[in-house]
Write a protein that binds this ligand. Structure first.
Ligand SMILES: Cc1cc2nc3c(=O)[nH]c(=O)nc-3n(C[C@H](O)[C@H](O)[C@H](O)COP(=O)(O)OP(=O)(O)OC[C@H]3O[C@@H](n4cnc5c(N)ncnc54)[C@H](O)[C@@H]3O)c2cc1C
Length: 142
């Protein structure tokens, strides 16, 4: 049995862990478009702010290596052939028995721009939004 996972974030990690807990023999191949894996995506703002270093945002423990998961970095999957059960990374093909999509999502970004010369005014607008939603909103600036 060979399982391919597309994605290298928390969803993919969780899926890999679940498979390994059930079975040690399944071949798992993971494909991520990024050139890094196994870090907390929530933490880069703290690096930009200066309270962490880049190395601090990576998880310790070599999860993928220890769990015998073959990680393909910088490998954007460009096609899925469901009928013949293979995926494509450029012109390379990789067959699978089961395929898991853990490709994340693209967030909706409201048309509020804070990184310009009208910064203060725009932040006021965001604070007003906080009032609209009846919630207190917190901001921090690097
Ligand atoms: C600054 C910040 C702070 C956050 N804070 C919190 C928090 O406090 N609490 C919380 O619960 N959540 C938080 N989140 C959200 C949380 O990080 C995400 O919900 C979570 O990382 C989503 O994981 P995912 O695996 O679904 O997707 P992602 O982490 O987006 O992973 C998607 C993966 O799919 C890969 N991919 C996509 N398309 C392809 C393709 N065609 N081929 C190959 N690979 C592909 C990408 O390269 C990537 O590796 C925060 C996010 C950010 C950015």
């Amino acid at each position: 049995m060979k399982i391919c996972i597309i994605g290298g974030g928390a969803g993919a990690r969780s899926a890999s862990r679940g498979i390994r807990q059930l079975n040690n023999d399944i071949q798992i191949d993971l494909f991520t478009a990024q050139n890094e894996i196994d870090y907390a995506p929530c933490e880069p703002p703290f690096v930009l702010r200066g309270s962490l270093e880049w190395k601090d945002i990576f998880y310790s423990g070599n999860f993928y290596e220890k769990n015998n998961i073959c990680v393909h970095l910088k490998s954007r999957v460009t096609n899925i052939d469901r009928k013949n059960k293979y995926i494509m990374v450029g012109d390379q093909t990789y067959p699978y028995d089961k395929l898991i999509l853990a490709t994340g999502a693209i967030p909706f970004i409201p048309s509020i721009h804070v990184h310009n010369k009208n910064f203060d005014k725009k932040v006021d607008r965001i604070k007003n939004l906080g009032v609209v939603f009846g919630r207190k909103m917190y901001f921090y600036y690097p």
